[in-house]
Ligand binder design. Structure first.
Ligand SMILES: [Zn+2]
Length: 301
């Protein structure tokens, strides 16, 4: 396999990477995303790609993959649902193809995580990978046979705005989600949701990282919040198993770094899966922050 180039357009950083035939990094470079200026975003990506080609001597490829924090609407081919708002409504793919003079397959960043982990990450060899990003928000993506499965409306896997399943009476008392609904998973199992719930139950304004630190130091309130978090994540993943029954579930985003999740999560899922013999592995993403750019590069195959 020849070298592959991927771009990860994030809300704060834009990264380009060149992968060699064994999936090794030949080059990677990041710049701040000029997130309030669409033309400047195109300029940044263009500059990064030219830099990558110059530095590696790789010939201009026929395709360069790109991960975005949103999706391309299959009907209009314009960006939809991006939290980098200037992207929404833009013919991003066509504009980028014109600038880079090659084909640019574009995918949602959670789908890129799923692809990256299915090709040579924690989901290596798994035919069906469900990937969840548990960070500021809560995204999900699916890879089938190592390829992104985006669905009819490019929302396959986006279960973050489904409601928390089997809620207790207390769990029905939540503030509305930014999406206009209430009770969404994102309100609970994103890092932001974890911190919100801890503040509601115990006061203070600790970040998710600080709550986890407090739990490890034996803080009772933090432990309680984490147990609630595990229960909610278990219910959320049980729904994924009931609907998709993937060969493995990969977790990315800030909360995926909480190692205490992994030995405990199966027991939280099992009461809610339709079969009691479910053994779906739930694994931390192998490539961490690089999953977006690696998955984007694999799109160019
Ligand atoms: Zn929502």
């Amino acid at each position: 396999m020849s070298a592959l180039i991927g771009i990860d357009l994030g809300g704060t950083k834009t990264e380009v990477a060149v992968l060699g035939g064994q999936g090794q990094f030949l080059f990677r470079q990041r710049l701040t995303t000029p997130s309030d200026n669409y033309q400047a975003i195109l300029d940044t990506i263009h500059a990064l790609v030219e830099q990558a080609l110059d530095a590696t001597g790789v010939a201009r490829p026929v395709a360069i993959g790109c991960a975005i924090p949103g999706c391309l609407d299959p009907d209009t081919h314009k960006v939809r649902g991006a939290n980098t708002l200037v992207l929404n409504g833009q013919s991003f793919q066509a504009d980028l193809e014109q600038r880079l003079q090659c084909r640019v397959p574009v995918q949602n960043d959670a789908n890129c995580l799923a692809v990256s982990e299915a090709v040579d990450g924690a989901g290596l060899g798994a035919a069906v990978v469900f990937a969840a990003i548990l960070g500021t928000g809560c995204g999900g993506g699916i890879a089938l046979g190592g390829k992104a499965w985006q669905g009819r409306h490019a929302i396959a896997g986006e279960w973050g705005h489904n409601p928390l399943a089997w809620p207790s009476a207390e769990e029905l008392q939540v503030p509305p989600c930014w999406c206009g609904l209430s009770g969404c998973l994102e309100t609970w199992i994103s890092g932001t949701g974890f911190a919100r719930d801890h503040a509601f139950a115990h006061g203070g304004e600790l970040s998710a990282v600080h709550i986890v630190q407090a739990m490890r130091s034996g803080d009772k309130a933090a432990s309680q919040s984490f147990q609630s978090y595990l229960s909610r994540l278990g219910r959320a993943l049980a729904q994924v198993v009931n609907l998709l029954d993937p060969d493995c579930i990969v977790l990315g985003g800030g909360m995926s770094n909480v190692d205490e999740i992994y030995p405990a999560i199966q027991a939280q899922m099992l009461p809610y899966t339709f079969s009691k013999t479910v053994r779906t592995p739930v694994i931390k993403a192998l490539h961490g922050d690089s999953s977006g750019v690696r998955g984007a590069a694999w799109l160019a195959r």
